[in-house]
Design a protein around this ligand. Structure first.
Ligand code: ADP
Length: 392
């Protein structure tokens, strides 16, 4: 059986080679399959990533987006669109009219599909409580299956700004008209009556002087507001000794307070209170608040100013008076431009209606905020808070 050993060895070797070849072939096959699977996975990932990005972009858009085919059937809407129209479920497959239930929008879509021309319009979406929107509808390229893409842009904020601008111009015109018509009337009286007694002429001149001062104050306040609202409004911050500044401002107002019979006092804690502030602008804040407190407080009343730095690095100043107070419903509005609680009284007192609005702007530029507390018949406190940076 000697032959058996080499035969067995050869057979074993052949089997081993065969097994090896087969294993390699299988491995190659497996490797090819694995590589193919990896490539397919990579492709799928790329495709998904692309789709994800597109979907993320569409769903993240603030504008409402709707795509409809040439048969007016909705093919895609994003979340913003669904929110705008209060559509709870996906409207894909329904018609545009069924989806938006708005004849104006449906009409524009119809026009775009019929003409292939883009259309845009400002409309109010009734289903969203008359939300003003800008709509742009464009035809999809003719090469594809055709259709229309509609983009809706919420223009509520733009409308609010337009209204504010219109109101502002109306308010300014109204404020200017009163003194100007008084000038005109009195000047005509003076021209028509050259022999008017001296004391009558003096009385008229005093009225004209009062109104010209008011006009001047109004123009000054308007210019101040315009400067504060300009983007480049910058502060000239210096380490300010608030106690010293307040002592000066209170001194300036003490004559007016005495003439009005109002007790005026101030305190600062700590006495040497150094805060980084813009001196001229902060002086205007103090001046406007003191001016109001004295203007609205009756003789026998008191006005106090307290300032100080509290724990946590917060500078606070409160101007308190024992005046008539402000009704709760008017309190949030007193910082609006031209808002007056008592229209006639504010104007009679020579107020422009812009003082607190200027205060609010200046305090905001310092990174702080201003608030008001008031009790009718008891008095008002206007509180200014400005954060002080550590180590400042
Ligand atoms: P004005 O020039 O009319 O004083 P402001 O902007 O300074 O304008 O104030 C707005 C309105 O807030 C005033 O017209 C007044 O009605 C009310 N107001 C402001 N400060 C006080 C106060 N200390 N006491 C009572 N009412 C006040």
């Amino acid at each position: 059986m000697e032959w058996a050993t080499p035969f067995f060895a050869a057979t074993t070797a052949a089997a081993t080679v065969f097994w090896l070849l087969q294993t390699l072939a299988v491995r190659g096959e497996r490797e090819r399959a694995r590589l193919a699977a990896t490539r397919a996975e990579a492709l799928e990932r790329e495709r998904n990533a692309g789709r994800f990005n597109l979907e993320a972009i569409i769903s993240g858009m603030q504008e409402g987006l709707l795509v409809a085919d040439r048969n007016h059937v909705v093919r895609l809407v994003n979340k913003a669109f669904q929110d705008m129209f209060g559509i709870p479920s996906n409207p894909e497959g329904r018609t545009v009219l069924e989806t938006v239930r708005d004849a104006a929008i449906e009409g524009l879509v119809r026009e775009v599909l019929a003409t292939g021309q883009p259309r845009s319009a400002k409309l109010e979406v009734m289903r969203a409580g008359r939300k003003p929107v800008h709509l742009a509808a464009n035809a999809l390229p003719a090469g594809g299956t055709g259709g229309v893409v509609v983009v809706l842009h919420d223009i509520t904020r733009m409308r609010e700004v337009e209204t504010m601008q219109r109101d502002f111009v109306a308010n300014v015109s109204h404020e200017l008209r009163t003194p100007l018509s008084i000038f005109q009337g009195y000047l005509e009286t003076l021209v028509d009556n050259p022999d008017m007694p001296r004391e009558d002429v003096d009385a008229i001149l005093l009225v004209l002087q009062r109104h010209s001062r008011r006009l001047n104050a109004l123009v000054e306040d308007l210019l101040t507001l315009a400067r504060l609202e300009a983007r480049k409004a910058e502060l000239d911050l210096v380490p300010l000794d608030v106690g010293q500044l307040l002592a000066g401002v209170v001194r300036d107002f003490s004559i007016a307070a005495r003439a009005r019979g109002v007790a005026l006092s101030f305190g600062c804690s700590p006495e040497r209170c150094i805060v980084p502030l813009d001196p001229l602008r902060f002086e205007q804040v103090c001046g406007n608040l003191l001016d109001n407190a004295l203007k609205y407080t009756l003789p026998g009343g008191t006005v106090t100013v307290e300032a100080g730095i509290h724990g946590g690095g917060l500078f606070e100043m409160v101007v308190r008076d024992t005046g008539p107070g402000i009704p709760a419903e008017a309190l949030p509005r007193i910082f609006e431009r031209f808002y007056r609680v008592d229209k006639a009284r504010g104007r009679d007192e020579g107020g422009t209606g812009l003082g607190l609005s200027i205060v609010k702007h200046i305090v905001a530029l310092h990174g702080g905020e201003v608030s008001a507390e008031s009790a009718l018949g008891k008095g008002t406190a206007i509180r200014v808070r400005i954060p002080v940076a550590r180590g400042a």
